[in-house]
Design a protein around this ligand. Structure first.
Ligand SMILES: Cc1ncc(COP(=O)(O)O)c(C=O)c1O
Length: 401
């Protein structure tokens, strides 16, 4: 039996699973490791990968972390209000995905304190038009960030990376920057580009060395191209107006992103949590900081134990790597034919025979933030606050998307 498993079991023995736990010692260790990797570049916390205010606040109070990368304008408004009058009142919040939410835009325009701290994302004139249509063309000034497409197009039309912004060339960035600055009611404050083809793709997938080598080749090529193009785009935008920040990267790309001198800050969130999809990177290994326990409810055969619930499947392409990962006891795996079920999840493997009805099995989610949509609270262990539970966003009554 592993000592981590003992700690988890002991800390939660009074609780009936399903139960989700944050190991704060692992969380704090992961935070320190992100800072080490960023080597002085400030880290903006990607809240979608955390979705728990206590954890966001804990990491924001650490020197080296600065600002939140929010995923929805209603979330950003809620955070600014929650932090009013606290030591986090001045936290800068970047909503990293375009918003077309009219009521949230109206709430932003009506709240001077929120307007001073929140920046919304635009990648085309259509976003400016939508804001004007929602608020009227004479609306108060909103802070905006321009998103650059930082995918790789090695052969012109081949697209490697996420489908995000249509702004790819420095010329396109300058044209949009000029359109933003020419329009009353908008102030361009930043540029963001998320190189998901580097940050979000583990370069050492377990048992797949050929794929790993291909990914490493692709990521080297992309990084080489991007360092030139992003610098040129930032120069072109700065010729139009000054910028407060240039945001890039994610947990998986910190070393690559920090080598780009045009980037002033790096976004990261998943590295705090250590979910399954972040196991396959050469440059770093986060400690599992968030786990959940499910109870064994039946034993259909001597080699299979069936757990209650468990179908917490991650977003993205619907492959096996989106399923939860049995962690403790070691030596368990999901059944290929059933995967993780809506109300029952059978597990098999060497450790299954030793499980009895009522035992608990610890698992990890494939992604960092989505587990918080399944649980109303996280139980804390370690970190000097043993025995407390804190609400997730869902536990506070919020589901932002
Ligand atoms: C804009 C942006 N920046 C950064 C990230 C990286 O987040 P994480 O560190 O949680 O992988 C993401 C993740 O999708 C993102 O969309």
């Amino acid at each position: 039996m592993s000592s981590t498993r003992d700690r988890l079991d002991a800390a939660t023995e009074h609780l009936d699973p399903p139960v989700a736990v944050v190991d704060l010692d692992a969380f704090d260790h992961n935070a320190a490791d992100l800072l080490r990797r960023a080597d002085g570049r400030p880290i903006r916390v990607a809240s979608k990968s955390v979705r728990c205010r206590y954890l966001l606040e804990r990491v924001l109070r650490r020197p080296g972390f600065a600002g939140v990368m929010s995923y929805a304008l209603p979330e950003a408004l809620w955070l600014t209000r929650a932090w009013t009058g606290t030591d986090l009142a001045d936290t800068d919040i970047l909503v990293a995905y375009p918003t077309v939410d009219h009521s949230a835009l109206r709430a932003l325009a009506a709240d001077d304190a929120a307007r001073a701290r929140i920046a919304i994302m635009v990648d085309s004139v259509a976003h400016l038009d939508l804001v004007d249509a929602a608020l009227g063309a004479d609306h108060p000034e909103l802070r905006v960030c321009l998103e650059l497409d930082v995918s790789w197009r090695p052969l012109g039309r081949l697209h490697i990376g996420a489908r995000r912004s249509p702004v790819f060339t420095p010329g396109q960035a300058a044209t949009l920057a000029a359109a933003i600055t020419a329009r009353p009611g908008f102030r361009l404050v930043g540029v963001m580009g998320y190189e998901g083809q580097i940050a979000g793709m583990g370069d050492a997938p377990a048992g797949k060395p050929v794929l790993g080598a291909a990914l490493q080749w692709m990521q080297r090529g992309s990084a080489k191209e991007l360092v030139r193009r992003r610098a040129a785009a930032v120069r072109a935008v700065k010729a139009v107006c000054p910028l407060e920040f240039v945001n890039g990267g994610g947990t998986g790309s910190i070393e690559v992103t920090r080598a780009d001198p045009s980037v002033t800050e790096i976004a990261a969130g998943s590295g705090l949590i250590g979910p399954g999809l972040f196991d396959g990177y050469r440059r770093f290994t986060p400690e599992p900081a968030v786990l959940f326990a499910l109870p064994v409810v039946r034993r259909p055969t001597p080699g299979i134990a069936t757990l209650f619930s468990g179908g917490y499947v991650a977003s993205g392409p619907a492959n096996r790597d989106r399923l939860p990962i049995p962690q403790f006891p070691q030596g368990l795996r999901l059944l290929t034919v059933e995967g993780a079920g809506e109300v029952q999840t059978p597990v098999t493997g060497a450790a299954a025979a030793g499980l009895r009805v009522g035992d608990r099995v610890w698992l990890r989610h494939a992604k960092a933030g989505e587990l918080a949509e399944r649980f109303t609270e996280y139980h804390l262990i370690g970190g000097g606050v043993e025995g407390r539970a804190v609400p997730t966003y869902r536990g506070e009554g919020h589901s932002f998307g």
